[in-house]
Design a protein around this ligand. Structure first.
Ligand code: AMP
Length: 282
């Protein structure tokens, strides 16, 4: 595996691969890699001739400077894992290399980016669109892999792809969890032992809520019931729980209102001061 630190070198290897007609799989990450990331990389490895994984903590998507400052950075271990997974190129640029000039682009992301994470983290999705569009323009992937843990992010990226006219396939990948149900996240290392013990209740309560749907409860009431159940757990505090159409990200009143992709419940919970996100398909 080659570690690439410059845009120039990335362009060289991409041009070479493209000229040979090779397919390119791209896995964008912010590092601190875990088995969730690995599942994306392995899928990309299975489906493409060349696999590029980017490791870049993108400052423009952080709306909270403290979160950016304390974001875990484990470059050496990340590169070891990527090499073990058979990645061809780890793209690990500096901030200066990615943004020689400040990126002032404002994307018209529309309704998918206005709710939930978009409402709670102003500027976050515009920053995601900035970095991902830049990575797509440079790596010219045939396919790009994203985890469904960040469910809304995938909808936002699809919108950005439509706006920018990229010709590539977005491949959504299922959430990877710990054996106790907690969704893997780079931020989980920030959980205290007590918070770590409490955090799996989030997934447990989401799963239990499938029974409420089976009993006939409609989305709005169900969402309020789940949020209250999470808040009843000592150490957990719901920021939002929304049941939305899995394509448009807009809240639905009745299950029949969901389109072909169905409904998804998206949650953000503070657990011992750490902001965790998760979701479940209904
Ligand atoms: P991040 O490094 O957190 O920006 O994540 C990079 C990619 O890995 C994103 O597409 C995430 O959705 C995905 N990802 C993160 N955690 C998980 C997980 N537990 N399961 C599946 N994909 C994940």
């Amino acid at each position: 595996m080659e570690i690439i630190r410059t845009v120039k070198r990335l362009e060289e290897v991409v041009d070479d691969a493209r000229s040979k007609g090779l397919s390119i799989g791209l896995v964008p990450t912010m590092g601190a890699l875990h088995a969730g990331h690995r599942s994306l990389v392995e899928r990309a490895r299975a489906e493409n001739d060349i696999v590029i994984t980017s490791v870049f903590v993108n400052p423009t998507q952080f709306n909270n400077p403290e979160d950016l400052r304390t974001y875990p950075r484990t470059e050496e271990a990340d590169c070891r894992m990527l090499e073990e997974c058979g990645v061809d190129y780890a793209f690990v640029p500096s901030v200066q290399e990615m943004y020689p000039e400040p990126d002032t682009r404002v994307f018209d992301l529309g309704p998918v980016a206005e709710v939930m994470e978009g409402a709670m983290r102003p500027g976050h999705f515009n920053g995601v669109a900035q970095i991902v569009s830049r990575l797509f323009a440079l790596a010219k992937p045939t396919r790009a892999y994203f985890g469904e843990k960040d469910f809304q992010q995938i909808a936002v990226i699809r919108r950005m792809v439509e706006l920018e006219g990229f010709d590539l396939e977005i491949v959504p990948c299922p959430i990877v969890r710990e054996s106790d149900g907690l969704a893997l996240s780079s931020r989980n290392v920030r959980l205290s032992p007590e918070a770590r013990a409490t955090a799996p209740k989030i997934h447990y309560l989401l799963e239990q809520s499938l029974n409420l749907k089976a009993d006939g409860m409609q989305p709005k009431e169900l969402a309020a019931t789940v949020a209250a159940a999470i808040d009843d757990v000592e150490g957990l505090e719901t920021e939002y729980y929304s049941i939305v159409d899995a394509e448009t990200m807009q809240p639905i009143d009745r299950w029949e209102d969901a389109g072909v992709l169905g409904a998804v419940g998206c949650v953000t919970v503070f657990c011992g001061g750490v902001r965790l996100i998760d979701n479940i398909r209904y």
